[in-house]
Design a protein around this ligand. Sequence first.
Ligand code: TRH
Length: 377
Amino acid sequence: MKATWDIFCSVIDNYGDIGVTWRLARQLVAEHGLAVRLWVDDLGAFVRLCPQADAQALRQIQQGVEVCLWRAEWQAVEPADVVIEAFACELPAAYIAAMATRKQKVLWLNLEYLSAEEWVEGCHGLPSLQSNGLSKFFFFPGFTAGSGGLLRERELLQQRRAFQADSSARDVFLRSIGVTPLSGARLISLFAYENAALASWLDVLAADAHASQLLVPEGRILADLQAWLGCTAMRAGDVQQRGQLHIQVLPFIQQDQYDRLLWSCDFNAVRGEDSFIRAQWAGRPLLWHIYEQADNVHLEKLDAFLALYKEGLSADGQRALVELWHAWNTGQSVKESWNQLLQGWPAQQAHAEQWCLQRASQADLAEALVQFYLNWL
Ligand code: TRH
């Protein structure tokens, strides 16, 4: 009998919560042969990532995953062998009660947000005894061997390498999303939150001797882009040129296509959690817009990641990287740090690939979860 897994996802905002859980659910089915139910409280967000899904269905099978609407009025179901509450979402009380009385024991996991902070290793896998006698285990994704690892599909890097080695595959893909690659231009993707630093980056790209082609999926950064361009209501497919900078707005595409977009670009600006990891698997230099938290807690997380990521770069390369990421995340001008980064470009490129290979030598998150369950049994 297949082990059964329930993953609970409460969509707070944006696409990270559903993006991570949908990716994990698919991987557990496809690579580990598990029976997975994904409980989502906002099917609208899910449909954005999986456009063929039904936004009204209480239950539906998508890519082998049973996707269930998590309604406020909970209808009793038999709990699964493994229960994942993603990002500390609160499980229905009746479901927790059913977990406690289930004949076979249930592994209860809280899948935490990604962080590179040192304390993560010490907390990863720790149990916390609940009032009903069940233990809940904290599962931390992360970048180091003592963490739960990162989501990475088994064939991902092979597919990425084959794609990047084949320039016609790249052209075909780009054309399929309405992009005509400009010969010789630096190709950049931009996925970010509202960002006061954007104008300085666009200024420097427009004034550069080298042409850039900037691809911007529809989303929260558009208002800043429009303000810089001096135009309104930009939509997918719209194109603008300023100096050496060619800008195109893209539709929001499916996760697999978004991977191909990242693989196609020379540089990727990403945000949040999932796109940030996907850009690392692309093996190309990147810029992270971290999700903002109260009291600037996010800046500590940013520095914790930078401390790991910058290792192996020259002192100049490290400085350019750190200054660029700091400026981008604090709304300061990126002009100087971007130019510095360009000066050491080949080293940044080699470093991005090297970082990717190092992370890929660790067990991926889905594999680590399955192993955790087997050890617990
Ligand atoms: O949408 P996000 O900002 O999500 C954030 C973070 O997860 C953050 O940690 C969390 O606290 C907050 O949500 C609530 O960024 P993220 O994590 O990159 O998720 C975006 C998802 O959308 C990711 O799975 C990639 C996907 N995507 C597409 O499928 N198509 C696209 O065109 C684009 C731009 C993204």
